[in-house]
Design a binder for this molecule. Structure first.
Ligand code: GDP
Ligand code: GDP
Length: 466
């Protein structure tokens, strides 16, 4: 299950800082292996349950553009050729520089798998740089702060499906499998990437203890595997479980379900328990594409449930709310009305997200839950064309023009979708910092309604023209 990751990028973007974080004290293990030159450091890295080799091209002092064409290029090419996956790092505070473009070019030509990271992204000062990074055409950048340890969860999410590919490839011993990765990010007509065995849909089931998370996962599995672990998929360090969730039509959706403390307890990995942090469920959220917040119908929307649902939204995950133990509910109609009201009132940030009633015990409602998960995933991946957006924006502005703070009218000039997963939009305007929160909300709610993206954690940025 091992692969090699090369961290590349121009000097001073933070490569060594990330390298040191991934390697910790384990550098000594491979430091003086033959073949590892002083320019390329190699270390045994660990990220959650992943173990891999990491190569760093650091150790280069700032070079002039002349030598960049020479030594730096050769060194980077060597690292790229040695690696299965390349992490291309830019400095989000500086934005894209000409030498970044040189590296991007090397990577596009030589590397099968590139992960883009916009480093030094702690704080709002880096927002513009992160958005600029999209223009490299290397997909969605991971917002990272190597120094503060932020973005490592996203890095994990990017690495894991690839790690699985390399593991499967090694297992099959096939000479050449079709390993391609989201090169279509940014393509307007790109179809929504459907989950495959190699890239299963990443789902976290979270909720307070006893809401029924283990029962639900067992019901999906159709056997008592979770309770009887550890075994397939539940190794000592496992934090996820690979399943194929059979739908009503018989088609199974490949998924990876993230472990939470409650599930782990059932897996009898007792010795690990004391090491589990309270934030275990929170971590599962960061790794997931879709988060299922599982509530107990008898005690729904408790503080803990609200906190985790809010976190999922803030992390930009697609959210599905499932209300469990519906089998013992007597006044279903009344209860459902009450639940919907509480949902609107307590989680306005998730307006329109699906609320599904289920019984993990009997299995009722699980088909609807699966459908809701798939739909939330599709919405999360949705892309709207620039032409559609600008027609829409004109209509929105006409219906309700932005205010004129201190007599200065805010002009919304142009709008485009900068990213998916979750959908993120940039509006170019005059006085971006004067656009009130309420106006942004008006636009976000409008986007959700008019482009059929209910419950999506939509991101909207106001930008001035430079
Ligand atoms: P390298 O030349 O690409 O290996 O870069 P280094 O890892 O040596 O980092 C260059 C400088 O950036 C150092 O002063 C780091 O402390 C700093 N740095 C690295 N990561 C971050 C980060 O996430 N945020 C901030 N603000 N500084 C960082
Ligand atoms: P977890 O802590 O979230 O993993 O919760 P468990 O799956 O261990 O479930 C807690 C308790 O709720 C157990 O006694 C389950 O049998 C019960 N339970 C779970 N799902 C349902 C359900 O749909 N209906 C009923 N009646 N009980 C359930």
């Amino acid at each position: 299950m091992s692969f090699t990751l090369a961290i590349v990028g121009r000097p001073n973007v933070g490569k060594s800082t990330l390298f040191n974080r991934l390697v910790g004290k384990r550098l000594a293990l491979v430091d003086d292996q033959p073949g590892v030159t002083r320019d390329l450091r190699e270390g045994a890295a660990r990220l959650a349950d992943l173990r891999f080799t990491v190569i760093d091209t650091a150790g280069l002092e700032e070079v002039t553009d002349d030598s960049l064409q020479g030594r730096m290029r050769r060194l980077t090419e060597r690292a790229v050729d040695m690696a299965d996956i390349c992490l291309f790092m830019i400095d989000a505070r500086v934005g894209i520089t000409p030498s970044d473009l040189v590296f991007a070019d090397i990577l596009r030509k030589r590397s099968a798998h590139v992960i883009l990271a916009a480093n030094k992204a702690e704080g709002a000062a880096a927002d513009a740089g992160v958005i600029e990074a999209y223009s490299l055409g290397l997909g969605e950048p991971i917002r990272m702060s190597a120094e503060h340890g932020e973005g490592l969860n996203d890095l994990y999410t990017h690495l894991m499906p690839l790690a699985d590919q390399f593991a499967e490839r090694a297992a099959e011993d096939a000479p050449d499998t079709d390993v391609t990765l989201d090169e279509d990010e940014g393509d307007m007509d790109a179809p929504i990437p459907m989950p495959t065995a190699k890239k299963p849909l990443q789902v976290a089931v979270v909720g307070r203890p006893n809401s029924g998370k283990s029962t639900l996962v067992n019901q999906i599995l159709g056997e008592d595997r979770l309770l009887t672990g550890p075994e397939a998929g539940i190794t000592r360090d496992a934090i996820s479980l690979r399943i194929d969730w059979a739908g009503p039509e018989g088609d199974a959706v490949p998924m990876r379900i993230f472990d939470t403390a409650g599930m782990r307890k059932k897996a009898k990995v007792q010795e690990k328990l004391e090491k589990l942090s309270v934030g275990d469920g929170l971590r599962a959220v960061k790794f997931a594409e879709v988060v299922v917040v599982l509530l107990d119908a008898a005690i729904p929307f408790e503080q803990q449930d609200l906190r985790i649902a809010d976190l999922a939204e803030r992390e930009g995950r697609a959210v599905v709310v499932a209300v469990n133990k519906w089998d013992i509910e007597e006044d279903r109609q009344g209860k459902l009305k009450e639940l919907k009201e509480s949902f609107e009132r307590l989680l306005p940030q998730l307006r329109g997200a699906p609320l599904i009633t289920v019984s993990a015990k009997t299995g009722r409602g699980l088909d609807r839950l699966q459908a809701a998960i798939m739909r939330a995933y599709e919405v999360w991946n949705r892309r709207v064309t620039t032409a559609q957006l600008n027609r829409w924006l004109a209509g929105m502005v006409e219906a309700h023009p932005p205010p004129a703070p201190q007599g200065k009218r805010i002009k919304l000039r142009y709008m485009t979708q900068a990213k998916t997963r979750p959908p993120g939009f940039v509006v170019m305007c005059s006085h971006p910092d004067k656009v009130p929160e309420s106006y942004s909300r008006y636009l976000v709610n409008g986007l959700r309604l008019d482009f059929d993206m209910p419950g999506a954690p939509i991101r909207l940025w106001m930008r001035g023209q430079n």
